[in-house]
Design a protein around this ligand. Structure first.
Ligand code: MN
Length: 299
């Protein structure tokens, strides 16, 4: 039994729906295989214990795993449509559901967040928080507007997203075109080194203040696994030193869940082919997903 298998069908009781997007065509790395991450992350949970760190029983968390979106590797248009329909179907069954997506490369976040936004009645108080070592803010990458390196830009282009409700946290590998876009658009990001300068509590307070000062009450959260330090999350395409520890990130998610209504989240960019033989990165991803779900549950 995996963490996420407790229930087969979505019903009125279901709080969380987990699904995978096995798609890594839009990554810029040459030998990616984040497409197998949804399968791998589910698989490692067979060997993990069935309570969370705070002692919650995982079977009680009401997570239903509805499987993966059907992806045809190079068919961008068809896949975007398929992902949209997949998310729409979830809300048709229960409009209070919290979708949890496992990628795939980071571009998978865009169609999911877009579909979630479409299904939400009140977008005035909605924000998006991206945890990432990169800004992913290129306008184009390799002459393509759809790429994991442009995902923040595509999200920013949505009519309900602006520089008051979008924040990137954990950054430490920012390219010149991205810094120029961030400057001209006044997009806020918190570099990861600031955490060691001001301490974790203040760092989290700054995240909270960013959203509260513009009236944001609910958040969609996207976790690029590369926001964590590569010493604990080596299996990702662009491992950048200086990332969060597991405990720092755990505490960030815990506080954010208390302060805001989390309407959905994703975890992307785990590349199991780059992992150690003991699956350290997939284990980390599996733990983060279930811990985050538990924080949202106990709010
Ligand atoms: Mn990213």
């Amino acid at each position: 039994m995996t963490f996420y298998d407790y229930g087969i069908l979505i019903d009125n009781d279901t709080k969380f729906v987990l699904f995978g997007i096995p798609w890594d065509y839009l990554t810029s790395i040459k030998a990616p295989n984040s497409s197998i991450a949804p399968k791998k992350i589910r698989e490692v949970t067979f060997d993990l214990a069935l309570t969370t760190e705070l002692g919650l029983l995982i079977p009680n968390l009401k997570v239903v795993d509805i499987g993966d979106v059907k992806i045809i590797h190079k068919e961008i248009k068809a896949n975007l449509k398929e992902i949209k329909n997949f998310v729409d179907q979830i809300y048709e069954k229960n409009k209070y559901i919290i979708p949890v997506m496992i990628g795939g490369d980071h571009f998978c976040t865009f169609p999911v967040f877009k579909a979630i936004g479409k299904n939400l009645e009140n977008k005035e108080t909605l924000g998006i928080l991206l945890f990432d070592s990169h800004l992913d803010l290129y306008n184009e990458w390799d002459k393509r507007v759809y790429s994991h390196a442009t995902v923040t830009h595509r999200i920013y282009d949505l009519d309900y997203v602006n520089n008051k409700n979008l924040l990137i946290v954990g950054t430490r590998d920012i390219d010149i075109p991205e810094i120029e876009i961030a400057k001209s658009e006044n997009i806020t990001y918190f570099n990861s080194y600031i955490l060691s300068d001001i301490g974790l509590d203040k760092y989290i307070n700054n995240i909270i203040t960013f959203y509260k000062s513009s009236g944001i009450e609910s958040l969609y959260i996207s976790i690029d696994i590369d926001v964590l330090d590569p010493s604990i999350a080596p299996a990702t395409g662009f491992p950048i030193p200086g990332g969060f520890t597991y405990r720092e990130f755990w505490k960030i998610l815990k506080r954010i869940s208390k302060e805001f209504k989390i309407i959905g989240f994703d975890l992307v960019e785990v590349a199991p082919n780059l992992d150690l033989s003991n699956h350290i990165t997939s284990n980390l991803a599996a733990k983060l997903i279930i811990e985050f779900i538990s924080f949202i549950s106990i709010k």
